[in-house]
Design a protein around this ligand. Structure first.
Ligand SMILES: C[S@@+](CC[C@H](N)C(=O)[O-])C[C@H]1O[C@@H](n2cnc3c(N)ncnc32)[C@H](O)[C@@H]1O
Length: 260
């Protein structure tokens, strides 16, 4: 695990010297993000504006995949992982930050009709999600796609979800957003349900780059889950996928699904 601090000037200068072609795109991103930050009130408003700007260029790019082949591969990776962990058609799934259904389209296809719920802070990416549904002919599966202002998720019922999933969402979230989610997600979990999320892990100082990419120590996130009466454990088998983020699984204490 890395101890690099990407927010440090020395790191940025070294990175720029090694990859001079990254300087212009980075400077553009810095200018765009500064402008968006000045025009929005909080992190969610800011990140929604980032997503609007990115989605206007490419929905696949906005969820972090520069090519459609990578979009397909990253969706398949998430699906295969949960399928290997026993995802059943009768499971009820909530995907937090579902994007344009990179993985969601596979979950929707696998799950019983009406069993998939996707939420996202970005209406623009949810329009793109509707296009994905049409492209893959999934209308009959009646998935629920809902824009959200925050992660209180108070419009959803108690104890409904057996699987809650958030991939590459907390990697873009400050601690207060993650904490809000952990404070409320336990209410939504079925008794044997679990919540899997990925995040950028560091063993050094926690930091962020442009308030777009956040790096956390595992212990910080595990402690936040515990503070909200949940237990969390690292999913080491996720590393086999080769994905650069780490994964934690959260559940209610004493529930079998979260034990090794
Ligand atoms: C990198 S994309 C990943 C999308 C999807 N999980 C996937 O793997 O294809 C991150 C998504 O999370 C959404 N997002 C970011 N912060 C969020 C928050 N606090 N609540 C809900 N969605 C959020 C973004 O709008 C974006 O669609």
């Amino acid at each position: 695990m890395s101890t690099r601090n990407r927010a440090r000037l020395a790191y940025k200068l070294r990175y720029a010297a090694r990859r001079p072609r990254s300087i212009v795109p980075y400077t553009r991103r810095l200018a765009r993000d500064t402008w968006l930050r000045l025009r929005t009130r909080d992190h969610v408003g800011y990140y929604r504006a980032v997503m609007r700007s990115d989605t206007a260029r490419s929905a696949d790019g906005a969820v972090g995949t520069p090519t459609h082949d990578r979009w397909l591969a990253l969706g398949r990776m998430q699906f295969d992982y949960l399928a290997d962990h026993g995802l059943r058609p009768e499971d009820r799934m909530l995907e937090i930050g579902c994007g344009n259904l990179r993985a969601g389209r596979l979950f929707i296809e696998h799950l019983d009709t009406g069993h998939y719920h996707g939420v996202d802070i970005s209406p623009d990416i949810l329009f793109a999600a509707q296009e994905t549904l049409v492209r893959y002919g999934l209308q009959d599966k009646l998935p629920h796609l809902t824009p959200v202002r925050d992660l209180r998720l108070d419009f959803l019922p108690d104890g409904l979800f057996t699987v809650i999933h958030a991939h590459s969402v907390f990697s873009h979230s400050p601690l207060e957003v993650i904490d809000e989610c952990l404070a409320h997600v336990g209410r939504l979990l079925a008794p044997d349900g679990f919540f899997d999320f990925t995040y950028n892990e560091t063993e050094g100082a926690e930091h962020h780059v442009l308030r777009e990419d956040f790096y956390y120590r595992a212990a910080t996130l595990i402690a936040r889950a515990e503070a909200h009466g949940l237990v969390a454990r690292p999913m080491d088998d996720w590393r086999k996928t080769g994905h650069k983020q780490s994964k934690l699984r959260v559940a209610r204490p004493g529930q079998g699904t979260v034990s090794p």
